[in-house]
Design a protein. Structure first.
Lengths: 828, 205
């Protein structure tokens, strides 16, 4: 796409060839009204008020593409008339209940009705019964709905659940007189509007989706609202605090919307979480899991004194990656000063993986990020349960596949109906656990540049190929001439006669052919057949950009080192840009800042995890700490971005910096450390207060800063081990959370009501004699646990999933590092 | 979005400053000196003289409050009232929050929730009369003619904060049954000939 200049309302505007006029205008602060268009999604053409005149012709700005030298006028007399009548039609039968509507004050129908100066109504139609629906966590009121289909578009093009669709409204046809008197577009809009309302694709009245709530966020009116927010606060009362979501490594930009709790309690409370939905999409945990603050904490001086004692006594600090960069830096400084061991297994595995990757790639960090994945058209994911490890990675995959005509391969042992539901262009490979190595070798084989790859790897890959003769049945079309008898009226005599007519016909014929084909044993090892290659060939057509997402399964893999090197080779010798999904919120930050150790010492102070003296943001430890929504600081996201977050809710207790101060560190606030974050690891010397946190009109992310991808001297050794033939078989358990849960913090929130237990797919339950609610015991070499069976229809296949968000379950104890394990399951 | 507000971490200093006032005497000698000073400056007699002078004239125009009270005009803006619907005796307030928003002395607060019939319900509503300046904006903005001003102006209290709540302001049901609820005629009320000024919306029924 080349840079071009177009002219909008007399202003020369730089844009890319093929960019939608609406986006070009918005990027240059030119206002074109539009309701149904969502940036990053495909144009819906429902509202039609984005009408503009391009080169003298009326077009819709949301789907007309920019061409060099285009002359665009955003407003003419006829366009103004269309727009006004469109808004008038939207107001037909719209209930005048702005007083109680939750959208009032931020309603696009209110705004555009005023903008277009609608002060009288000329149209009418008999209304139909449009009573409201309670869809679970969402409330839909078709009476308020203007059927812009933004919810449907977001669900399909961004989230990938495809849970919403338009259903018939059952209304009378529009009065025929209007057709003649109304402007064309206004009539067409009304005609469409009058035929539909929004319904659920599953045909029931209960939502069964990944419950992200994005549809309610994008709704321009009050038709779709979050049930938990309904009638609690008005838009104008809420104070926005820009922040970064602290639940996973995506680091989405959010705002916490605050108001006083009640008349009796003036303390701020978070009422909802909002996002810039044109540029970032949240998951259910980000949107509804906001009240995880450590509330009601006061300064407990004895506990604090005990904490100082514990720090003096301790030789180890254990922690999880749900901390800010500044806290991680402080822990590292404590290590340097007092010689503590820093233990964080999950971040350590990621750190080792990055270091091993750097040995071959020559730079500390991976090249890609999720923003790039959005615009890539061939995406491969290996070793990550995408929808739960990082929902944004799944959105990026879905967005590319549905909007950018992309395709992809999803390698994962746990079958995922959500990923499969994206469409035909996603190929899912449910290989056996431990075969991630084979998957990477297969990618090297399929996409690696054999002329540049080290020769021993090329030879190794070639050893899996053999030629084989197969008989292929082909369908050939042949021309056949037939004589057909027809009765025809003789024009001269007027009598019916039978005549023979020659007719040519195309007939398909099956022909057997012997063909030499290449057989790839790697496919066989992964349990794939020839159809995979045929599908891949089809899916690879017209693909120019390639992205590879790798996840936590690889970092904790017994052969993680080899996997890291394979990933580096793939990035170096193929078109793939790699994105590594960090395990937890700030695993990347911790991996870059802290010098981590493997083994705990004799006395451990722990932060949000288990130890001899526990500091806890959950409120269940020996000394309370603030949760992420009560802290200032920065978080490093999967996009290699250092994002600032602000404190939304007050906190009355001690924080890590208070302990540091008592131990002789001098910084007044924890954010004084932002500027000191290690430059050698790619951080910048930026003061926290100078870090911005917003999006520009053209979608540019102006948040914090992007990490420098520091160059590392490669070792020069590019050898990799051959893959081991090991694979796990039999009854397998996997360590992953259900949708909307990440950690104990999400479990603590009131709106996320996922039940903890042992997750089994519907398929598995029907095959075995377990039922939902049964108490079962899972036993592995490392230990055992007993819990109730929960039926999870967001997974398929035979692998049983154990969550990490419930500390009481302590399911990590069953695993030996790697996220999969064989196990035996018994009732009772 | 401007981030300055979040960067100000100085919570102690809110622009308050100490006023330079001479301290009250604490010891006996100081108090005695104050009494003497006040007594012999004869300020008291100035006031007493005025009273005496007026008393001798026997020409009193003042209303004998509290025995005697002047009638209050219908548009007078005293303590707020919450009206009920004539048809159903139900509360008129829909909880839209416009009064809360428009209040220039920020003295109105309400809590709302969704009730069992999926309607918005006002659970608590207070006006801090200590802050209220009785400007009448709340009554004017109310789309339902629910909050109005009444004639009750006697609101002396011991504290500066002085709240009235929803139950206090709401027209009592017995008054409603008796049909004695008064409509407010001030700003925000329906004016005569309102029907003629409204643009009619076509209806397809």
């Amino acid at each position: 796409m080349s840079e071009i200049t177009i002219n909008i309302d007399g202003k020369d505007v730089q844009t890319k060839e093929g960019e939608y006029l609406l986006n070009a205008a918005r990027a240059n602060d030119i206002f074109i009204p539009a309701i149904c268009y969502l940036t990053r999604c495909s144009p819906t053409l429902a509202c039609r008020i984005c009408l503009v005149e391009a080169n003298g012709k009326q077009v819709y700005a949301c789907n007309a593409k920019a061409k060099e030298g285009m002359q665009v006028v955003t407003s003419t007399e006829s366009i103004e008339k269309e727009r006004r009548i469109i808004m008038e039609v939207y107001d037909v039968n719209h209930p005048l209940q702005c007083g109680v509507c939750d959208q009032s004050g931020e309603c696009e129908l209110q705004n555009y009705t005023l903008e277009m100066g609608v002060d009288s109504q000329h149209y009418s139609i008999k209304d139909v019964d449009r009573s409201s629906h309670d869809w679970g966590h969402l409330h839909y009121d078709p009476g308020l709905c203007i059927v812009c289909e933004r919810c449907v578009t977001a669900c399909k093009d961004m989230i990938g659940d495809n849970s919403l669709k338009t259903i018939p409204r059952g209304s009378d046809p529009i009065n025929a007189d209007y057709k003649e008197n109304m402007p064309k577009d206004a009539y067409a809009m009304w005609n469409k509007l009058n035929k539909s309302v929004i319904g659920l694709t599953n045909g029931t009245d209960v939502l069964d989706c990944t419950s992200c709530g994005e549809c309610a966020a994008v709704c321009p009116v009050g038709a779709l609202v979050d049930t938990q927010f309904m009638y609690k606060a008005n838009a104008w009362e809420l104070k926005q605090v820009p922040a970064t979501c602290g639940h996973c490594s995506a680091g989405c930009q959010i705002t916490y919307d605050l108001k006083h709790t009640s008349i009796d309690n003036p303390e701020d409370k978070i009422y909802r979480v909002m996002n810039e939905w044109n540029y970032v999409s949240l998951c259910g945990a980000g949107r509804y899991g906001f009240d995880y603050q450590n509330a009601g904490v006061t300064k407990d001086e004895t506990a604090f004194a005990n904490a100082i004692e514990a720090f003096k006594k301790a030789d180890t600090i254990a922690f999880t990656s749900t901390i800010t960069n500044e806290e991680a830096y402080l822990l590292q400084k404590m290590k340097e000063k007092f010689g503590y061991r820093l233990v964080n297994n999950e971040a350590k595995a990621f750190q080792d993986f990055l270091n091993n990757y750097a040995q071959i790639s020559g730079h500390k960090l991976y090249k890609g990020d999720l923003e790039k994945v959005h615009t890539t058209n061939f995406i491969v994911s290996v070793g990550s349960a995408l929808k739960t490890d990082n929902p944004n990675a799944r959105y990026a995959l879905n967005n590319s596949l549905t909007v950018k005509k992309g395709a992809g391969i999803y390698f994962h042992p746990v079958k995922d109906p959500i990923i499969e539901g994206i469409g035909k262009s996603i190929m899912t490979v449910a290989h056996a656990p431990l075969q991630e190595e084979v998957a990477l070798y297969l990618l090297l084989d399929l996409f690696g540049d054999k002329s540049k790859l080290p020769s021993d790897i090329v030879a190794y890959l070639a050893s899996f190929h053999s030629q084989k003769t197969v008989t292929v049945e082909e369908v050939v079309k042949e021309k056949v001439v037939e004589l057909v008898k027809e009765t025809k009226v003789n024009e001269e005599t007027g009598i019916e006669e039978e005549i023979e007519v020659e007719k040519t016909k195309m007939v398909s014929k099956k022909v057997s052919k012997e063909v030499e084909v290449d057989e790839n044993r790697l496919l066989e090892i992964l349990g794939l057949d020839d159809t995979f290659m045929q599908a891949l060939e089809k899916n690879l057509k017209k693909k120019e950009t390639f992205a590879l997402m790798v996840g936590p399964d690889l970092y904790m893999h017994p052969n993680a080192k080899n996997l890291a090197r394979l990933v580096a080779l793939l990035e170096k010798y193929s078109a793939f840009e790699v994105t590594m999904i960090p395990t937890l919120t700030n695993s990347l930050g911790v991996a870059l800042i802290c010098d981590l150790d493997d083994e705990k010492g004799s006395y451990t102070v722990s932060y949000n995890t288990e130890g001899d003296f526990v500091l806890s943001g959950l409120g269940d430890g020996d000394l309370d700490m603030p949760a992420i929504n009560q802290q200032e600081g920065t978080l490093t996201s999967v996009n290699k971005r250092v994002n600032p977050t602000n404190a939304a809710i007050g906190y009355g207790g001690y924080e890590l910096n208070d302990i540091a101060k008592a131990l002789g560190f001098e910084a007044e606030n924890i954010i004084d450390y932002t500027v000191k974050l290690p430059v050698a690891a790619g951080f910048k010397t930026e003061e926290f207060d100078n870090l911005p946190n917003h999006y520009e009109n053209d979608g540019t992310e102006v948040r914090g800063y992007v990490l420098e991808n520091v160059a590392v001297t490669p070792s020069g050794d590019e050898s990799v081990d051959r893959f081991s033939e090991d694979k796990l078989e039999g009854c397998i358990i996997y360590l992953a959370n259900p949708v909307r849960q990440f950690t104990e913090f999400t479990y603590k929130t009131t709106n996320l009501d996922e039940v903890s237990g042992i997750y089994m797919s519907e398929e598995y339950l029907s095959k075995t004699d377990y039922n939902e609610g049964d108490t079962v015991t899972v036993k592995t070499k490392k230990g055992e646990l007993t819990a109730k069976v929960v039926c999870d229809n967001k997974i398929a296949g035979d692998i049983v999933v154990l969550p990490t968000f419930d500390k009481k379950l302590n399911s990590e104890a069953l695993f030996d590092g790697y996220r999969f394990s064989t196990a035996s399951i018994q009732k009772g | 979005m401007k981030m300055e507000q979040f960067n100000d971490r100085n919570v102690a200093d809110n622009g308050y400053f100490l006023v330079d006032i001479e301290d009250y005497p604490t010891d006996g000698w100081g108090k005695f000196k104050r009494v003497v000073k006040r007594t012999f400056r004869a300020e008291l007699f100035v006031g007493l003289w005025v009273v005496l002078r007026e008393m001798i004239k026997f020409d009193i125009h003042t209303v004998q409050y509290p025995e005697e009270k002047l009638p209050i005009g219908p548009r007078y803006r005293a303590v707020h009232e919450m009206k009920r619907l004539w048809e159903s005796d139900a509360e008129r307030c829909i909880g839209c929050g416009l009064c809360e928003k428009i209040c220039i002395s920020d003295c109105i607060r309400m809590d709302t929730k969704i009730d069992e019939n999926s309607r918005k319900e006002v659970t608590e509503y207070t006006i801090n009369l200590g802050r209220c300046i009785f400007c009448g904006y709340c009554a004017e903005v109310c789309p339902e003619l629910a909050i109005t001003h009444g004639g009750e102006y006697e609101q002396a209290s011991e504290q500066r904060e002085h709240f009235v709540d929803y139950a206090y302001m709401l027209t009592p049901l017995d008054k409603m049954k008796a049909g004695t609820q008064m409509e407010f005629e001030g700003f925000g009320a329906i004016t005569p000939h309102e029907d003629e000024r409204v643009k009619k919306t076509p209806l397809a029924y």
